[in-house]
Design a protein around this ligand. Sequence first.
Ligand code: FES
Ligand code: FES
Length: 169
Amino acid sequence: MSQDFRISVNGETKAVRVDPDTPLLYVLKNELELKGPRFGCGLAQCGSCSVLVDGVEIRSCVTPIGDIGARKITTLEGLAGLYAEQKKLPTKPALHPLQQAFIDEQSMHCGYCYNGMTVKGAELLSQNTKPSDAQIRAHMDGHLCRCGTYPRVMKAIKLAANRMSGGKL
Ligand code: FES
Ligand code: FES
C-alpha cells in the first residue's frame, strides 16, 4: 500500500507517495526523474544503480525506499555539491573532480557504467585522496564495465586523486 515519504536527495527534501517496498532506484528515476542512476542487472551485481546514502555507496535497485529514513541520498547529480560540502569550498564546482578526470582521460565508452563508477570512485576519494592501485582495484571491484574501460577508470581515479591532494578543484 502506498505511503507518503519525505526523502533527502542532493540536499533537497522530496515528497513521494509509493509502496515502502519500492526500490529506491525506481523512486529516483520514475518519481524524481533523475537521469544519473541506471538500471543494469536489478540484482545488486553490476553497480550501475549506485548512489551514496550518508556518503556510503549502496545499490539502489535492491534498497527499498522504506529503509532509507532520514538518511541523505546523493546521486550522480549531487556529487559536485557533496564534494564542495566535504571540502568546505566557497562555491560548488560544475563537476566533481572525478567527473572531470573521466572526461580528461576519455575513460568511458558506451557510458552505461559511468554512474556507478563515478559514485563509487567519489566514495573512495572522500576517504582516501592517495589510494594505491591495489586500493583502487579493491574498492571498485564490484562495478562492472561491459566495455572493458577498467584501465582508463584507474587512470581517471588517479588523476582526480592527484588533483584533489594537490588542492586543485
Ligand atoms: S542495477 Fe543495481 S547493481 Fe545492477
Ligand atoms: S563504458 Fe560501457 S559499460 Fe562501461
